[in-house]
Design a protein around this ligand. Sequence first.
Ligand code: ARG
Length: 262
Amino acid sequence: MKKVFAIMVSAILLLTCLAGCGASGATLEQVQKAGKLTIATSPDFPPFESLGEGGKVEGIEIDILNIICEKLDVELEINQMDFDSVLPGVTAGKYNVGVSGISVTPKRQKNALFTDPYCLAAQAIVVLKDSAIQTKADLTGKKIAVQTGTTAESFCMENNYNISAFTANNDAQSALLTGKVDAWVIDDLTAADMVKAYNAANGEQLVILSEALTTEPYAFAFCFGSETLVEEINKIIADLLADGTVAAIFEKYEAPYTAPNN
Ligand code: ARG
């Protein structure tokens, strides 16, 4: 019996270690020595990160990261991937920072280290014009498109909605347009940007409902071990919030800005 117990304890210890003490994030010193900050991003999330001319990644968060890198005196290295690979890549120590309109949640905070938030966002409902869905209550029993691994997905799962998950945001939008789903739940500012672009090119077909489903602070994610780096970046973020730089960047992208409650 004692032996079985001992084996069980070592198995638990091994599993905890496999989950928790694998990778260690880069320190401020390591990043400055390397001369670069590597970011993981899913550039399908305008106005925060999207592909501009010549496939260049651009957006609010790229502007903020460029300033952060300038202040740290390092280069910015951008690595593109699907959203559901961003946090795993960061917590495995493959990239220094997750930059992807990432909402801070208690669950994510168990696995990753977050900077202080720089803005607040919300989940919004997008439907086709003339849809029977007009409020959150109408979502029950309907098929809803979300992006895999997002807070939209977890929100819909917690509410027992019938979801269809897509790795790319564009595919979630297409599912709504082709009638494969009845609604699309996505972060409000990205909804505004994508709906505006689509409607401008195709006529007013998509509508964003006014009811916000959540409130979510956005921040940048790191692997545990990067505490000194996060501390330094928090100081930079605090300055950029205080001197109006963050608000001005939102304005540049014509996005309404809601400051975090830091
Ligand atoms: N804010 C949401 C989340 O953290 C969605 C982020 C999606 N980001 C992206 N680049 N596609 O889950």
